[in-house]
Design a binder for this molecule. Structure first.
Ligand code: URA
Length: 216
């Protein structure tokens, strides 16, 4: 059902000429993941060159690094996540999408969230964050990341959290305590434990044992 609804939205997106990015795209990059199992929607910034070529989000260098961090945290990109961007077409020279471009694409993003109704939204990087939160001057992604908040889409409240964008981590390779990569690990661990707790851990955390579970 979710997949059918997403397909209808995807076809509309395929024919969209809502902003100038439509003129230079090779492919729209609609979204990726199993909508029937995904409990998290992860929102990045915009497609890059490889994404434009393949029509899939996060398949370039940044995407590979994201995949590595997700795998390490025990989050399955294929099963647990549905991955989208603030805009579906590649901005020229990989520039940040403008407010007008984001606004033109917003109906697709909102429809995807509304169809999937995830347990959590992960805002990956400052562009995704600013699409949902009006930051005051003192708030930076470094201060906001890792904190659970609520965002509202089409009148529905969703649990949301911000993480660093993997492109930022490509430029910061330190693994020292407090480094961006270490904070990324902490944030993904937090997401995994909060949204996708391991059944066995939940039982042991609550000191519960169920004999019937031993045989399943
Ligand atoms: N960066 C993004 O934000 N999204 C992609 O799909 C690829 C790189």
């Amino acid at each position: 059902m979710k997949k059918n609804c997403l397909e209808i939205v995807r076809q509309k997106c395929e024919n969209c000429n809502g902003c100038a990015l439509a003129n230079s795209r090779s492919n729209i990059v609609f979204g990726d993941g199993d909508a029937s199992t995904a409990r998290i929607v992860l929102i990045g910034e915009a497609p890059g060159e490889m994404e434009d070529e393949t029509g899939r989000p996060f398949v370039g260098k940044a995407g590979q690094l994201l995949n590595d961090f997700l795998a390490e945290a025990g989050i399955s990109r294929d099963k647990d996540l549905y991955v989208i961007n603030t805009v579906k077409c590649r901005p020229p020279e990989n520039r940040v999408p403008t407010d007008e471009e984001k606004a033109a694409c917003r109906k697709f993003l909102d429809a995807q969230i509304d169809i999937i109704k995830p347990d959590a939204i992960v805002l990956c990087g400052a562009t995704a964050l600013k699409s949902f939160v009006n930051l005051d001057k003192k708030q930076t992604i470094s201060k906001v990341r890792g904190k659970w908040m609520t965002v509202t889409v089409d009148g529905v409240d969703y649990k949301a959290i911000t993480i660093f964008h993997p492109s930022y981590l490509l430029r910061n390779s330190s693994m020292e305590e407090g480094s961006p990569r270490r904070l990324m690990q902490e944030d993904l661990k937090n997401i995994k434990e909060t949204i996708l707790p391991d059944v066995n851990n939940v039982f042991s955390a609550n000191n519960l044992t169920f004999n019937s579970l031993a045989s399943v």
